[in-house]
Write a protein that binds this ligand. Sequence first.
Ligand SMILES: Cc1cc2nc3c(=O)[nH]c(=O)nc-3n(C[C@H](O)[C@H](O)[C@H](O)COP(=O)(O)OP(=O)(O)OC[C@H]3O[C@@H](n4cnc5c(N)ncnc54)[C@H](O)[C@@H]3O)c2cc1C
Length: 390
Amino acid sequence: MLQLNVIIVGGGVGGLVAALCCARNGYTVRVLEQTEGEDLGAGIQLSPNCTRVLHTLGLASELENQACVPEAVEIRDWQSGHLIASKSLGTSIQRVTGYPYYHMGRRDLMRILRDKVNENPLIEMYWNTRAEGFEQRAGKVLVTSGKKELVGDVLLGADGIHSTIKDKLFGDGGRRFTGHAAWRATVPMQELPSGLVSPVAALWWGPKKHFVHYPIKSGELMNCVGVVEKNGWEEESWVTHGESGELRQDFTGWHKDIETLIDRVDSSDCYKWALYDRDPLSSWSVGQVTLLGDACHPTLPFLAQGAAMAIEDAAVIARCLQDATSIESALKYYETLRIARTARIQAGSRRNGRVFHMSGIVAKMRNLVTSATMADSFDWIYEYDPMSVN
Ligand SMILES: Cc1cc2nc3c(=O)[nH]c(=O)nc-3n(C[C@H](O)[C@H](O)[C@H](O)COP(=O)(O)OP(=O)(O)OC[C@H]3O[C@@H](n4cnc5c(N)ncnc54)[C@H](O)[C@@H]3O)c2cc1C
């Protein structure tokens, strides 16, 4: 087995999980993260295809302490509240896949990952350290950050949709504004009427808009995401405060449950950002450098799979490196295993952006089809096993 010194650029979900997976192989790992490791808000859905990886890394009890396990995902009509379709999650998805589906705060997930990374003697974190470039020379990779130069055997670019590593490998550009703005807010659960406090992921479909809410923080908060087709507001930031009044205006005329949620939004915890994506890349690796997560396949949130794909990537890279005789062949094999699946998820997420927002007769037909097919529709996503795929 190769004994490797791994450098990872980016300490987000994908970078930290990759660090843990590589350390599990016995590799030494250094992670460069440009921020201090501050917590980003918003809730996150973690489906069994990625909780399988997190549990294998020994995080089951930490996750269980913070997460909510949803019983189902329910799709409703924006105006009448009529139930269009539902899919059981909870015990039924755990029975089929062997792993749970979680809803949790993104901050909580990141704190759990950081704690695990910090206690691992094989992993060294470089916070406040922005990678500026790299070179491949004499079988090594040299990564630069200011006057600092790190030398390793393999470089993983886990630096998100604005990836410096991707730009250096394949050129910049390709990112496009999708025409969607996303609101993200939380509501203290104790302020909600009992009818709204249920352990499900609720997805409300309406013309040119949709709204999602689900419990996080062991049921203390309701996480809300409202997506609207909106041009002229293209700021892509997780930390731009939004006016809850504008959020209310965007969802005027929606079902009373949505109005009740929006009326109780904690206005200090209300954000909006523009959603961007990029077409799939045909290659992710050059020599001893590769990409993972949003750096190579930024994914719209309409299948709730962006972080899950980054986590799957991390597990598959570590397995490919472990089994290979050369780094280059390991990275090429990793690409072979991953590109088609992540491109399918990117395309499906984009398509959902259109399907969720249909109106009129097309929406009625969509509802009939969804109600007939929903029960099995995500199985190909959830049953994937990154710990054994080959
Ligand atoms: C509204 C919304 C809801 C979502 N909901 C879900 C969900 O429910 N489930 C799900 O699976 N996914 C979800 N996603 C998608 C998910 O958040 C992303 O796909 C995921 O964060 C990607 O992880 P990553 O590690 O690849 O990138 P990121 O999380 O973006 O991390 C990249 C890291 O790299 C650092 N960095 C960047 N450049 C440099 C550099 N040059 N040097 C050093 N560090 C650098 C950044 O600071 C950052 O910490 C959602 C996304 C949105 C917008």
